[in-house]
Design a protein around this ligand. Sequence first.
Ligand SMILES: Nc1ncnc2c1ncn2[C@@H]1O[C@H](COP(=O)(O)OP(=O)(O)O)[C@@H](O)[C@H]1O
Ligand SMILES: [Mg+2]
Length: 227
Amino acid sequence: MIEFKNVSKIYNENSFALKEINFQIVKGEFVSIVGQSGAGKSTLLKMIFAEEKPTEGSILIKGRNISKIKSDKMPILRRHIGVVFQDFKLLYGKTVFENVAFAMEVSGKTDNEIKDDVPQVLEIVGLTNKTSSYVNELSGGEKQRVSIARALVHRPDIIIADEPTGNLDLVNTWDIVQLLMKINQYGTTVVLATHNREIVNLISRRVITIEKGRVSRDQQDKGKYLI
Ligand SMILES: Nc1ncnc2c1ncn2[C@@H]1O[C@H](COP(=O)(O)OP(=O)(O)O)[C@@H](O)[C@H]1O
Ligand SMILES: [Mg+2]
């Protein structure tokens, strides 16, 4: 599903972010990427959805090499990958429904498709009763659920979550992690970057540890946060 072959990323001569990264993630895995701030977690995730390109090496998504992907091919890739961020990146003057609908409109979906699909994803994330609420009226955990709903509308094969619980309290953090685990149980591959030790240990699945831009450990199952 996702393969990194000898991937290095150098932003500029003073800043090499990742060095000779190799791993393979197969369909249905739940992978936590852990490491301290500045280790290279966000850079690694950005390369999966081609927000950044590798300086060296190659990245394969579903067998396709995206290392030098052209911008006109980007929308096809992005349809397979849903992305969730720490700061939600929602449209605050709009309702929950409109936020999710907007993601479908920009990819050319019809009004009927939107009417059918938005309630379905809102149900998955447990926000049916907030459909008409404005996003700025929601709690942090609810905002993150909206952004997960938006990431799900294209029925992606992969969900990438970069510190999705970074702005949340303990209860909401666990709530969001459980939602990601539920989505994973439906078959979606999940890649979660976090420096939250407790949740990584509770998830107890594969853990890839990044230290100073290198993979220092790759625990295939029952992984723990060990740095
Ligand atoms: N756009 C950028 N330009 C230059 N350096 C960057 C850029 N983005 C990240 N870096 C550097 O790359 C390294 C890894 O950053 P990042 O991937 O954001 O780490 P993490 O997400 O683990 O905190 C850091 O040294 C950071 O300063
Ligand atoms: Mg980061």
